[in-house]
Design a protein around this ligand. Structure first.
Ligand code: GLN
Length: 230
């Protein structure tokens, strides 16, 4: 499992979201507070952000805490829409930068926190790696993000043990699901953060219930139950 974070709002630096918070993704890479599966997230990381309509990514198969180059540049990377993740690879999955979220189809950035049996996912020439998350991302891109809830319902039927926590962005919208792991939302004056776990102890963080779809756009934060929600 992994930890991920999304931002939609005014332009802010990637460092202010990922590196500077007291319990941000940098600290979550070695000391997550709410992670149920795995003790740390040392198998790589990825930061994606929109530069106008263009998604740009920086990914690595090394621990985030050791990356001095990223720490040096991250304060200068500013964006209105960010998707970032730190990875704890599932046993048997490749450790390589292309296996780290966020995945992209050139329009969306997408992170998966969880696990799914690769046997239930169709092979895809579009998948960036051979890990479950890359295959799931390719399937979601093929079906279109508007069909996200239906696609996840289909995958969950084929693999009832799957954990399907998705975080995706297209520059003007964040979409996220809770399916087997935690997600919290923070409404700030300058934007909205979605994160696997709060990056600080601000009492304004709210937990999203399991098996929900969250949409964030300029009209606000919207929550709907997913099929199969308790
Ligand atoms: N199943 C994922 C992988 O190994 C685990 C990491 C995550 O939660 N995305 O790629």
């Amino acid at each position: 499992m992994c930890r991920h974070l999304g931002w939609l709002g005014e332009p802010v630096s990637v460092a202010s979201l990922v590196l500077e918070p007291a319990h941000g993704l940098l600290v979550q890479s070695y000391a997550p507070r709410r992670q149920r599966h795995g003790l740390l997230n040392a198998d790589g990381w990825g930061v994606g952000f929109f530069d106008g309509a263009t998604p740009r990514r920086w990914r690595s198969a090394s621990p985030l805490w050791g990356d001095a180059s990223f720490a040096s540049v991250a304060p200068a990377l500013r964006s209105t829409c960010v998707v970032a993740a730190v990875r704890s690879a599932t046993v048997g999955m490749p450790i390589e930068a292309s296996a780290c979220a966020p995945f992209s189809d050139g329009r969306w950035l997408l992170s998966h926190n969880g696990v799914v049996d690769r046997a239930v996912l169709p092979p895809s020439a579009r998948a960036e790696s051979t890990n479950d998350s890359a295959l799931l991302a390719a399937l979601i891109f093929d079906r279109g993000l508007d069909a996200l809830a239906d696609t996840l319902a289909e995958v969950a039927t084929a693999d009832p043990n799957a954990r399907l926590n998705i975080l995706a962005a297209d520059g003007s919208r964040l979409l996220a699901t809770t399916w087997g792991d935690t997600l919290s939302v923070l409404r700030r004056d300058d934007g909205v953060v979605l994160a696997s776990e709060p990056y600080d102890d601000d009492p304004a963080w709210r937990d999203i219930p399991d098996r929900h779809l969250v949409t964030v756009d300029d009209s606000g934060v919207h929550l709907v139950p997913l099929k199969g929600s308790p």
